[in-house]
Ligand binder design. Structure first.
Ligand code: FES
Length: 196
């Protein structure tokens, strides 16, 4: 992402937190890049004055700045909490989790999905994802993480209420119920009509 931003001449600063300089992926690549002077490293085992100071780094929100956060869940939640406390709106905070939280699937039930373009319905059993059922029936759903993290499988919904289980959409986007991630999200009702 930093390489692309540098390539298109975008203004950015990257803050990279790791346990130690020895355990920092891409350290050499970053040091040799054209954007090396725009990367601040923060090492857990380093001196206090180089640790990530979020209130200073984030500051007050400005409408032309976006914050992109990736990492383990605990780290993301820490940054999000700090950003929200400083007044940053959801629309300017973008996340990519390195892994999804475990989900309790013990109460999952069957439901049906209807493909709007053909009118055909498919049963989604409790132990299968919507994406798996559609793919088995020859319907192409692009997949990547299969954990509700990346957004690759996003599918529009024409009717029904999804049971959102992803970590990709913001709470505002989830509340609209007009799209979902079929790799992991399910249905709250007996039928979901999909715009495919
Ligand atoms: S494949 Fe990544 S969110 Fe569905």
């Amino acid at each position: 992402m930093a390489e692309r931003l540098a390539q298109i001449g975008a203004t950015f600063t990257m803050h990279y937190c790791t346990r130690s300089s020895q355990r920092t992926a891409f350290r050499e690549r970053i040091a040799q890049s054209q954007f090396a002077d725009r990367v601040d490293f923060h090492f857990d085992d380093g001196p206090a004055d180089q640790k990530l100071d979020l209130s200073n780094v984030l500051g007050a929100p400005t409408s032309d700045v976006n914050v992109y956060i990736c990492g383990p869940t605990g780290f993301i939640e820490h940054v999000l909490k700090s950003a929200k406390a400083l007044g940053w709106p959801d629309s300017q905070l973008h996340l990519e989790y390195f892994g999804a939280k475990p989900i309790d699937t013990s109460h999952d039930e069957d439901f049906e999905v209807k493909v709007a373009s053909t009118g055909r319905c498919y049963k989604v059993p409790a132990d299968k994802s919507v994406a798996a059922v559609l793919i088995e029936n020859g319907i192409d759903i692009p997949l990547s993480c299969e954990q509700g993290v990346c957004g690759t499988c996003i599918t529009r919904i024409l009717d029904g209420q999804p049971d959102h289980r992803d970590m990709y959409f913001t709470s505002d986007e989830k509340a609209k119920n007009d799209q979902f991630t079929p790799c992991c999200s399910r249905s709250k009702g007996k039928l979901l009509v999909l715009d495919i």
